[in-house]
Design a protein. Structure first.
Length: 553
């Protein structure tokens, strides 16, 4: 139906606009205000009227596939109403309460060459089967619906479910697995179809779909779905719409709203599965890594498109779902919540949880009191050690996500393959590996000759002036690629004036106590221009640079 979508921008500034060859499901991810919801609105508008909108900020154009005229006409052709006159060589088409009279020859041309007649194609055909769901209208999808004329093609999802046992059983299976109740269609209110949730399945179709005493009693014992929570109604509404409403183009904004993470995962999997073997196209905007993983694990072909908009610069890149799935198969990456990085502008990865908690708190205080010095929209993650930082940084950068690493100064002890892998994770050019490795060896030896512990005795400060300059030059080089080193030694070397003692969590608790928790208290530690505040500002500088080094193009 939709062959491809062309956006107004590409992977990095000043590159070719991104062209997306559509798959059954296309998921838009990215930070807040990156355009995820806007692109759905622009796709919806194009599918409805077939015209390029000069006011679009994301969507440039769309290409359509040719449609079988005979089959398409069967889907949209409507019978004339009593007394309704249709001129020769004209027909009435429509769906979902929409109807329009069109010339058959013009309709045939539009369906067989949609890119030459995009306006007619969309207004006379595709627009009838294009639906956009947001937080409000998805809940209304399970409200009672008119029974209508069951001898005609269904015009609502409940009509379709009532007439189609297979579809009704599929919806029932999904709702049963999700909530433990049996979804049923109740016809016992004259001329109306209602959804209910029963504590048992109907004995047969007669008990569910009949109007006799046994059917009335069955439905009276089932709970009206309007009494259920918003989460149940939203989930059920989306499932019934994609399975029974049978739209060709379905756009869903934040499907995870009202849902527990496990339900978001199941929804993603079921929505994707429902498109398998069909010509349906589902476009989703989401903030939920659980929903994304559900879509991926369905095995259905999938596009994941990451949008960003920062400093008036927009980017878009397709994230191969195989690469994302590979990320989530790694126990370390799965446990650190690395996929959450898809929804943030920036990611900072630290050696351990103590480091993560400390730097995150420092950044939050900067954002509160010195916003221009803090890193906005930033996710802080922790690895298990400095060796595993690279395992998190590299795949995130491959997905176009700026991910900076923070290591203690004893990263200089890591030679050979460990050091080389560290450099590779920052996408430092291969030709630079040799010189940087040689510098590391020399500095490691100098630090050992000082007979002091580089982590707790002052870091680069234990070196003589010339050697200290060489160390800072090496670290300056790494900084340019988003690989930051605590030059004072380790995380516990910050804010020495507060005189917190201990190591790891035994240091974190007293340092937080000394920093204070009440912003209105005189003892509350506010940002200054030096120490760790300056260090976080150096990370911000790298994040804010549109030409930052270390991100593969």
């Amino acid at each position: 139906m939709i062959k491809n979508i062309i956006l107004k921008f590409g992977r990095v500034p000043n590159t070719e606009p991104l062209s997306i060859d559509t798959t059954p499901v296309t998921v838009f991810v990215g930070p807040n205000n990156s355009g995820k919801s806007e692109v759905l609105s622009e796709i919806y508008q194009y599918c409805r009227d077939g015209r390029e909108n000069t006011g679009n900020v994301i969507l440039e154009n769309m290409d359509f596939e040719d449609v079988n005229y005979t089959k398409a006409l069967e889907e949209i052709k409507l019978k004339p109403r009593r007394g309704e006159n249709v001129r020769p060589n004209n027909t009435i088409v429509g769906k979902r309460q929409e109807r329009i009279t069109v010339n058959k020859d013009l309709l045939k041309s539009a369906l067989q060459a949609p890119n030459d007649h995009s306006r007619s194609f969309c207004q006379w055909y595709l627009g009838f089967d294009t639906i956009k769901l947001d937080g409000k209208n998805r809940i209304k999808l399970v409200a009672e619906q008119g029974m209508g004329d069951l001898q005609e093609n269904p015009h609502t999802s409940f009509q379709s479910l009532f007439k189609d046992d297979e579809k009704r059983l599929e919806v029932r299976r999904i709702i049963r697995e999700a909530f433990g109740s049996y979804f049923v269609i109740d016809p016992t209110k004259g001329g109306v179809l209602r959804a209910r949730l029963s504590n048992r399945a109907p004995k047969d179709n007669r008990e569910e779909c009949g109007l006799h005493d046994e059917a009335i009693k069955f439905h009276s014992n089932a709970e009206p779905i309007e009494n259920a929570s918003d989460g149940v109604k939203a989930f059920t509404g989306m499932i019934t719409e994609i399975i029974a409403g049978d739209p060709k183009i379905l756009l869903i904004d934040e499907p995870e709203a009202f849902l527990h993470p496990s339900l978001a995962h199941k929804l993603g999997k079921e929505i994707a599965t429902a498109t398998a073997g069909t010509n349906k196209r589902v476009f989703v905007s989401t903030h939920s890594s659980n929903f994304v993983m559900g879509c991926i694990q369905s095995g259905v072909p999938l596009n994941i498109v990451r949008l960003t908009y920062k400093n008036k610069v927009a980017t878009a890149r397709i994230l191969p779902n195989d690469d994302v799935l590979l990320l989530m198969r790694d126990p370390l990456l799965r446990s650190t919540g690395v996929l959450e990085g898809l929804f943030y502008e920036n990611v900072v990865v630290t050696e351990g949880d103590t480091d993560r908690a400390f730097y995150q708190e420092i950044n939050e205080r900067l954002l509160q009191f010195k916003p221009s010095s803090g890193i906005s929209n930033c996710l802080f993650l922790n690895a298990q050690n400095k060796q595993t930082i690279r395992k998190i940084i590299k795949p995130l950068r491959e997905l176009g996500i700026p991910a900076a690493g923070i290591t203690d100064i004893d990263v200089l002890k890591e030679g050979g393959l460990v050091w080389t892998s560290f450099l590779k994770s920052g996408y430092i050019p291969q030709a630079s590996h040799g010189p940087l490795s040689e510098q590391r060896k020399i500095l490691k030896r100098k630090l050992e000759e000082s007979e002091k512990d580089m982590k707790i005795d002052g870091g680069v400060a234990v070196l003589a002036h010339e050697d200290r300059e060489a160390a800072n030059n090496l670290f300056d080089n790494l900084d340019q690629y988003g690989l930051f080193t605590v030059r004072g030694g380790e995380v516990e070397s910050w804010l020495k004036n507060l005189k917190a003692t201990g190591h790891g969590s035994q240091w974190l608790i007293p340092i937080f106590e000394k920093m204070g928790s009440n912003p209105n208290s005189k003892s509350y530690l506010k940002p200054k221009s030096n120490d760790v505040w300056k260090f976080i500002k150096s990370l911000k500088k790298w994040f804010d640079d549109p030409n930052r080094k270390g991100i593969p193009s």
